[in-house]
Write a protein that binds this ligand. Structure first.
Ligand SMILES: Cc1ncc(COP(=O)(O)O)c(C=O)c1O
Length: 355
């Protein structure tokens, strides 16, 4: 290993690469990681010198608070390579802002913007061979912050670790999914942490999602905890409904994650003359719309797959099938997003960020 110090980041470069052993055509998402990782510790009330080092396991005291109280937040973002070999990020400042919003809600210190952007871009430059060109291919980027204090007392930690790890992801077509509308379980509540990308939100979803899967549905559409009437998110995605030619999605609240894809889809739809309504939408409304034929599409929106079309939903043991339509908003908007992300279309909102 060769050690040298850049003016801002201590870098230990791996002497070897694992890339030759990776079959990029048969990647299981989130199992293969690039050669390096970014790491920065919060000690004595401040973020220490950031480091990039070979990807490796780390040791931690068993009493570290993250293991006991779930003080952990994360992000999910992607890098894309265009046909000229240039690497791009998509709206990275939005992810930066969101991790700090999540951190603040979990009583964790905010991470500095210059460390975040410099760490991210340096890491991607070092591991750029892992970003494969081609529409849909990407490098999934996982920044996260965990509480590291070795002390099992239920109070905020004094020490934290911020890290970024990266996993190559291939273009994949997931097909349409069937979803179950939540009638009992909730992923978030008023005054809770639903708007934060807090690790515990995901742990809490696993059990209700596994019950839905046993019934033959891939995901749960989460409803508000009070009435289970308002449709709020689909699995780990924001959710959109097309009634006639209008696209509808729930307004943000402390129960809903402020998705970068959601925000971009709303803008792209408006750019393309599609009427968008950001307003509460209820189970009753979509059941009626499905019965009278005006419910044309439902799709989830998130970084992982951009748009995930939904073919059917169940509520109160009643199954509703969605029509198969040509030139769906889901297909059109997904293609427009991918074209911008891969530097194949004009980026009139300045969303792309060159690494
Ligand atoms: C609960 C939840 N909702 C929505 C999203 C979509 O957010 P984004 O578009 O920023 O990936 C995610 C994924 O990050 C999520 O975990």
């Amino acid at each position: 290993m060769t050690k040298h110090t850049s003016h801002e980041i201590d870098i230990v470069k791996s002497d070897t690469t694992k890339i030759d052993a990776v079959d990029f055509d048969n990647l299981t998402f989130g199992r293969t990681f690039t050669d390096h990782m970014f790491i920065c510790d919060f000690e004595n009330g401040e973020w220490q010198t950031p480091r990039i080092m070979p990807y490796q396991p780390m040791t931690m005291d068993p009493s570290a608070r993250v293991f006991h109280y779930g003080q952990a937040v994360f992000e999910g973002m992607k890098a894309y390579k265009d046909d000229d070999g240039k690497v791009w990020l998509f709206r990275p400042i939005d992810n930066f802002n969101r991790i700090n919003k999540s951190a603040a809600r979990l009583a964790m210190p905010e991470f500095p913007e210059d460390y975040f952007m410099k760490g991210l871009t340096t890491l991607l430059q070092m591991d750029s061979a892992w970003v494969k060109p081609g529409k849909g291919n990407s490098l999934y980027i996982r920044p996260f912050i965990i509480a590291t204090d070795p002390a099992i007392s239920a109070s905020p930690s004094n020490n934290y670790r911020f890290m970024i790890i990266c996993a190559p992801a291939k273009a994949y077509y997931t097909g349409k999914i069937r979803v179950l509308i939540a009638e009992e379980y909730s992923r978030s509540a008023n005054g809770g942490v639903g708007f934060a990308k807090a690790a515990g939100n995901y742990a809490a979803q696993f059990y209700p999602t596994s019950l839905a899967q046993e019934k033959g549905f891939q995901q749960v559409i989460w409803t508000d905890a009070d009435t289970h009437e308002r449709l709020e998110e689909a699995g780990t995605m924001n959710v959109f409904f097309r009634i006639n030619d209008t696209l509808i999605t729930a307004p943000l609240s402390d129960r809903i994650l402020d998705g970068v894809t959601r925000r971009s889809i709303i803008q792209l739809a408006e750019d393309n003359g599609i009427e968008v309504q950001v307003r509460p939408i209820t189970v009753t409304e979509i059941k009626e719309a499905s019965k009278n034929g005006s419910l044309k599409e439902i799709f989830g929106a998130g970084t992982a797959v951009v748009i995930s079309p939904i073919s059917a939903f169940e509520h109160a043991e009643e199954l509703f099938e969605l029509p198969n339509i040509e030139n769906s908003y889901a297909d059109t908007l997904k293609d427009k997003m991918l074209s911008i992300q891969h530097n194949m279309a004009e980026d009139k909102h300045g969303w792309r960020y060159m690494v």
